[in-house]
Design a protein around this ligand. Structure first.
Ligand SMILES: Nc1nc2c([nH]c(=O)n2[C@@H]2O[C@H](COP(=O)(O)OP(=O)(O)OP(=O)(O)O)[C@@H](O)[C@H]2O)c(=O)[nH]1
Length: 130
């Protein structure tokens, strides 16, 4: 099974959402940034590495949410979400096509990667927006 971490990065009452590029799998869909775990890495280490590689920012993981299992015809991924805070850095888009600092109340408007939908729902419930 492919383990993928993703970061719900909170900053000044908003949440970071990123749009996948045209050449990536699931092109143009929105996601929480992150990526595949490498051997020997903890979830938190994976998050920090991926977010630095993709966006040039430093984050602090705060709270693990419920992992989501998603099966396609060819693979199963486990998407492991963490609420994080932004520690430092200015966003540079190194892999994604676009990003937004979204209000929580606008999160349902994005065209999300399928496995992210339960993550969005759990986040909104946790922050008492639903
Ligand atoms: N990063 C990320 N990947 C997600 C999310 N939701 C989701 O289904 N995925 C899927 O999980 C996989 C992660 O791939 P990725 O391309 O982001 O990971 P990576 O940076 O390690 O990839 P690479 O270094 O092999 O290019 C993709 O199949 C992607 O579609 C999400 O919220 N964030």
């Amino acid at each position: 099974m492919l383990k993928v971490t993703c970061a719900i990065i909170e900053h000044e009452n908003r949440v970071l959402v990123t749009q996948r590029g045209e050449a990536m799998p699931d092109p143009l869909l929105w996601e929480f940034p992150g990526g595949k775990m490498e051997p020997g890495e903890t979830e938190e280490e994976c998050l920090a590495r991926e977010i630095k590689e993709e966006l040039n920012i430093t984050i602090q993981p705060l709270q693990r949410l419920t992992p989501v299992l998603h099966r396609t015809q060819t693979k199963t991924i486990e998407l492991i979400p963490y609420i994080c805070t932004l520690r430092r850095g200015d966003i540079k888009l190194l892999e994604h096509r676009d990003y937004k600092w979204s209000l929580a109340t606008d999160l349902h408007r994005y065209n999300w990667c399928l496995p992210d939908l339960p993550v969005v729902e759990e986040y909104l419930r946790l922050r008492e927006y639903t």
